[in-house]
Design a protein. Structure first.
Length: 159
């Protein structure tokens, strides 16, 4: 299985980069992982709704350039469906059984994803109704993908 993480912005903090590298290494025995970073837009303090829409549209165009026509796209969205770790594992396993060989997971920038990206997504996944820093979300997503593969392989993983 090929899994792409398409994420807006660069991860600046070393401790987050280290965690991303660690989970990427762990995942290498289960899937081919590719992390694609697209440039973020600077969001002014107290930006209007119109300015935020423009920013999301620009970031969305950059994201959509990396979306493959045959990929199954999962967008991380606060209004998406919440799953347990076992539920995500089952979803990934089901995709494999259906013959999906390329999953692309999309993490938006600090103000979220453009409507165009959400419309292209095959599935909207929410980790919580809370807001997380988009850089930290990469670590959380990678950990949950790793946990899903461990669950699907019947291997022990702490609960």
């Amino acid at each position: 299985m090929n899994i792409d993480i398409i994420a807006v912005g660069k991860v600046k903090e070393r401790y987050l980069r280290d965690a991303i590298a660690e989970y990427s290494k762990r995942l290498s025995r289960y899937c081919k992982l590719n992390i694609i970073e697209v440039q973020d837009e600077k969001t002014p303090e107290h930006a209007s709704e119109g300015v935020e829409r423009q920013i999301k549209a620009k970031e969305g165009e950059r994201i959509l350039k990396h979306i493959k026509p045959n990929a199954y796209v999962i967008a991380l969205a606060i209004d998406g469906k919440m799953l347990t770790s076992e539920g995500l594992a089952a979803h990934i396993a089901q995709l494999g059984l259906r013959g999906e060989s390329h999953i692309q997971m999309v993490i938006g920038g600090s103000i979220g994803l453009a409507d165009e990206v959400l419309r292209r997504a095959d599935y909207a996944l929410s980790f919580s109704k809370m807001t997380f820093p988009h850089q930290l979300m990469r670590v959380i997503l990678l950990e949950q993908i790793y946990r899903a593969y461990k669950i699907n392989a019947g291997e022990p993983y702490h609960k």
